[in-house]
Design a protein around this ligand. Structure first.
Ligand SMILES: CC(C)(COP(=O)(O)OP(=O)(O)OC[C@H]1O[C@@H](n2cnc3c(N)ncnc32)[C@H](O)[C@@H]1OP(=O)(O)O)[C@@H](O)C(=O)NCCC(=O)NCCS
Length: 148
């Protein structure tokens, strides 16, 4: 458990799941082809992944899903409740994700931002993240057409 900027950050628990999914929906982070409860079940409590939840009083104010392949760490589902943004919670939950990776010997964190999510780019730049020039190739292994 960590306390940062008034946020108590701990690994997700069963009782948190409905509120976490609702937060992701409010932040428009869910996609029809990624069932969020399934994403949580795959990531939580694993040696190389976790879902961290930031509690402000009795509400869930922030989340991040963090994972690594031994070399690179990744952050997903970075979200702060729209009613609680601009209070330092986004920085706090990213710090928790970075520390989670550092504690496991991972040296780098990266994340994907959808090209149309321009608003969030300034947030990551404030946190000293830099844009990398890469092109992503992807393929569904069951043969379905590529999703946007
Ligand atoms: C992006 C998001 C997590 C930021 O959360 P937040 O709690 O508002 O961020 P913080 O208050 O911790 O802000 C940290 C810093 O980033 C800056 N920042 C935050 N949002 C910003 C924005 N839209 N534009 C410019 N700067 C921004 C803040 O000014 C602050 O700078 P400071 O520490 O120097 O004062 C939140 O807006 C969010 O959940 N957005 C919707 C979901 C989303 O798009 N997630 C990312 C998917 S890749």
């Amino acid at each position: 458990m960590t306390e940062v900027s008034g946020l108590t950050i701990i690994a997700i628990e069963d009782a948190d799941i409905p509120a976490v999914v609702a937060l992701w929906e409010r932040c428009e982070l869910t996609r029809p082809w990624n069932e969020p409860q399934g994403d949580i079940a795959r990531a939580r409590g694993k040696s190389n992944s976790e879902v961290l939840v930031g509690h402000a009083g009795d509400t869930i104010a922030a989340t991040v899903m963090v994972g690594h392949d031994g070399h690179r760490g990744w952050a997903y589902y970075v979200a702060v409740d729209p009613d609680q943004q601009k209070k330092g919670y986004g920085r706090a939950i990213m710090t928790a994700a970075e520390n989670w990776l550092r504690e496991r010997g991972v040296e780098k964190i990266q994340l994907l931002v959808r090209a149309d999510n321009t608003r969030v780019q300034a947030f990551y730049e404030t946190l000293d993240y830099e844009e990398q020039e890469r092109v992503i190739f992807a393929k569904w292994l069951d043969g379905r057409p590529m999703t946007p």
